[in-house]
Design a binder for this molecule. Structure first.
Ligand code: MG
Length: 374
C-alpha cells in the first residue's frame, strides 16, 4: 500500500477520484494518458496492477494515489473502492469480474472495460447493479458508440443494435491459409492497437461474439436485435437502428482514449482526439461477417443464448487456448476446436453466484489444458 495522510490532502474535492484496476495494461495505460491530459479534472484514489511491479511503482510515483497494489497483494477488494467516484475496471479476463462485483456492491459508478465481467457474469452483474443502484458505463468502443447513439442512456428505445467489426487481419483468408497463420501474424491488427489477448480474439472474431453478449446485458437486447457487420476502416464504431428506420452512427478514429474519457466525463465532453477528415478517408465499406470461417463468433453467441455458466466455460477455454496459441503450442484453428470441445464436455449450470462461475472457469481451463496437452 501507499499510505500517508499527507497525500490524502493533495486531493481536490472537485476532482473525480478514480480507482483503476489493471493500470499497467493496454487500456490502463491509456486511462493514465487521459488523466495526464486533464490533471485538474481527475486523480487516482487507487491503482491496481496485475504483476508489473516496476510499472506500478512508476505510476505510484507520478500520480500519488492513496493506495496501490499488485493484484495478489490486495487485502480487500471492497476497500479498493471506498474512496473513489468511479471504479475503472481495465484488467483482462475472468479475473476482472470480482472487481466489477465489488465496485457494484459498493454502489460505485463502474467504467467497464473488462468485457468478461458481462460475458461471464452478466446476470450477476446486472442484478447487483439494480440492487445497489450502481451505474455501469461502457468503455468498449462499440458499446460506447451505442451509448452515444442512444443519447447516453441505456434505457432508450431502439429496434436494432449494429456492432461494427474490423474483421481482424485474416478477414479474407481461406481455411488453408488460416491453418498456417502464426501469433505474430495475428498480433498485426489492421486498425486497433490493443493487448495480445484481445488482438487474437479480434482475429478469431471471438471478440465480436463477446460484444454481442455485452450488448445484450448493457442494453437489455434480445439476441435477435443485435447484428454484427464488418467495417474494415474502423471509423464507424457502431450503429443504432430505430423503429422508424432511422440509423444513428458514431464515428471517430480508432482510439480508445475517446470511449475511456467519455466514460469518465459523460454527459460532458472534453477535448480528446483529433477529428476524422471524411474527405481524406473517402470511402467507408461494410460487409457481411464471415461467420462460417470464424466459428468462435457463433460459439460465443450460442453460449450467450444458452446462458448460465456456458459463457464462463467458453471464456475459460478461450483464455487457455489463446495463451497456448501465443506460445506457439497450438494452431490458430485449434483455438475454436478447443473451445467447442470444452463446451461439449461441460454442461451449463445455473449462474447462481460468483463461486459457481469461478468453479466453471477453473474446470474449463483444466479441460482445455488437457486437450491442448494431448
Ligand atoms: Mg470492442
Amino acid at each position: 500500500m501507499y499510505p500517508t495522510s499527507a497525500q490524502a490532502d493533495v486531493f481536490d474535492p472537485t476532482m473525480k477520484k478514480i480507482a483503476l484496476i489493471g493500470c499497467t495494461g493496454s487500456i490502463g495505460r491509456q486511462v493514465c494518458e487521459v488523466v495526464r491530459s486533464h490533471k485538474t479534472e481527475f486523480c487516482f484514489s487507487a491503482l491496481v496492477a496485475g504483476s508489473d511491479r516496476a510499472g506500478l511503482d512508476a505510476l505510484k510515483e507520478e500520480f500519488r494515489p492513496k493506495a496501490a497494489y499488485l493484484a495478489a497483494e490486495i487485502p480487500s477488494h471492497s476497500a479498493l473502492f471506498a474512496d473513489c467516484d468511479v471504479a475503472f475496471i481495465a484488467s483482462g479476463g475472468f479475473a476482472g469480474l470480482k472487481y466489477t462485483l465489488a465496485a457494484i456492491e459498493n454502489g460505485k459508478t463502474v467504467a467497464l472495460a473488462n468485457k468478461e465481467s458481462l460475458v461471464c457474469g452478466g446476470e450477476l452483474v446486472m442484478r447487483a447493479a439494480k440492487e445497489s443502484g450502481a451505474d455501469i458505463v461502457p468503455v468498449d468502443s462499440e458499446h460506447s458508440a451505442l451509448f452515444q447513439c442512444l443519447g447516453m442512456r441505456r434505457d432508450a428505445p431502439y429496434k436494432k443494435l449494429i456492432l461494427t467489426a474490423s474483421g481482424g487481419p485474416f478477414l479474407h483468408l481461406g481455411d488453408g491459409e488460416l491453418k498456417r497463420v502464426t501469433a505474430a501474424d495475428a498480433l498485426r491488427h489492421p486498425t486497433w492497437k490493443m493487448g495480445a489477448k484481445i488482438t487474437i480474439d479480434s482475429a478469431t472474431l471471438l471478440n465480436k461474439g463477446y460484444e454481442v453478449i455485452e450488448a445484450k446485458w448493457l442494453y437489455g437486447a434480445d439476441f435477435s436485435q443485435i447484428q454484427a457487420v464488418v467495417h474494415p476502416e474502423s471509423i464507424v464504431h457502431s450503429i443504432v437502428l430505430f423503429e422508424d428506420g432511422a440509423m444513428l452512427a458514431q464515428l471517430g478514429y480508432p482510439d480508445m482514449k475517446l470511449p475511456i474519457q467519455l466514460a469518465l466525463t459523460y454527459p460532458a465532453r472534453l477535448p480528446c482526439c483529433h477529428e476524422v477528415d471524411l474527405a481524406e478517408i473517402g470511402t467507408l465499406h461494410f460487409e457481411r461477417l464471415p461467420e462460417e470461417r470464424f466459428p468462435c463468433f457463433g460459439l460465443a453467441v450460442a453460449a450467450g443464448k444458452e446462458g448460465g455458466t456456458a459463457p464462463t466455460v467458453l471464456n475459460g477455454a478461450a483464455e487457455t487456448a489463446v495463451h497456448a496459441f501465443l506460445q506457439g503450442r497450438i494452431s490458430f484453428l485449434k483455438i475454436a476446436e478447443t473451445i467447442e470441445e470444452v463446451l461439449s464436455r461441460i454442461p451449463a449450470e445455473r449462474a447462481d453466484g460468483y463461486g459457481t462461475l469461478s468453479r466453471a472457469d477453473a474446470r474449463a481451463r483444466e479441460e482445455a489444458r488437457r486437450l491442448i496437452d494431448e
